[in-house]
Design a protein around this ligand. Sequence first.
Ligand code: FE2
Length: 397
Amino acid sequence: MTGTPLLLVVAAVAWVGHACVWTALLSNLFGRPLPKPFLKAWRLVTAAIILAFLQMCWWLLTHPFTFLDDLRVSRPVWPDPTDALGFGYVGVCLVVGGLVFPAITVLRLTRKPPPCLVSEVTRTRDLWAEFGEPLIGDGKMPFVARLPGNQLFRVDFTETTLALPDLPHEWEGLTLLVVSDVHFHGTPSRLFFDRVIDDVLSGPTPDLVCLIGDYVDTDTHQEWIGPVLGRLSATGAKLAILGNHDKHHHPLQVREALGDAGYAVIGNGVQTLTVRGVPCVVVGHEGPWFVPPPDLTGAPTEPFRLCLSHTPDNFYWGVANQIDLMLCGHVHGGAIRVPVVGSIFVPSIYGRRFDQGVFERAGTVMVVGRGLSGKEPLRFRCNPQVMRITLVRRVTR
Ligand SMILES: [Fe+2]
């Protein structure tokens, strides 16, 4: 391959690297408790920078770089700082686009399931095929909900079985229903959420119901919490924490609505519950948006520590604090997933690392769900999800 085709390939690889660098930065910033106006503006800046790359390539190709001429006649001189910066950045982009990004993609595709994961079975229900237009509602960006290929209304009901080494004998077969990121704002409509809850209620009652945050995206939709999420029931307890979106819409009212709906709102705190006769330390982690983080000083490590954390970014905190099982949402699986590559933008300081699935490290197991909806009603190759987790004992030798 020579001449123009080679140049196009090199430009394409460099552009992929350029997009990776700026998307990774954007993801990282969105994982932090920064002001919303800044994040919104930075998202636009990032889009502009990514699209402007071809313009930069053109500038590099047409700019008279004197140091190159000097090199050709064997008179090496220190290049102009602007020239060096431009070529250096393109070099970095080529390494990221040609080596780092493909390597990470291969690693993600070949990642082995963690030892704790016994099975995962998903049943998908296409609510759009059943109910159609009335699911759209009157919330933010209903036109996005109508986009062809948007899988906003194809709900995955996932049954996951986890084998945990320190599970109390009494908890063999314990079930947890995990719902996160409902983002009530009108789109999808109440009909969507009511039918999802109907579906959940048609199955066996779980021991615990765990809500992982992001309930509202308006100041008024707290009124949906009781009639929708209040219908869920548990033989043990109903637990809830808040997410980053709730912080902007009267969080005290959100907590009150959850409490009225029968949930123990853990906040950034620690509570000890008795489940099937066994004490369970339940930890809530709403950080970094709500502070201070939970303080586990004096909380027993045995027999079990369960943590509800809105973001999976708290995984290493969970490992350090001897959490046995951590349930997370927030990242929506990336909302848009590309074939082979997977997620692109994930609001996490770790980028795409914890975009969905089960992770295990040093005795801590973390489950990251994709959630049910989003402020932007868009899901591409990334179905909304409700999870039912069954715990069994892992036999260790
Ligand atoms: Fe969310």
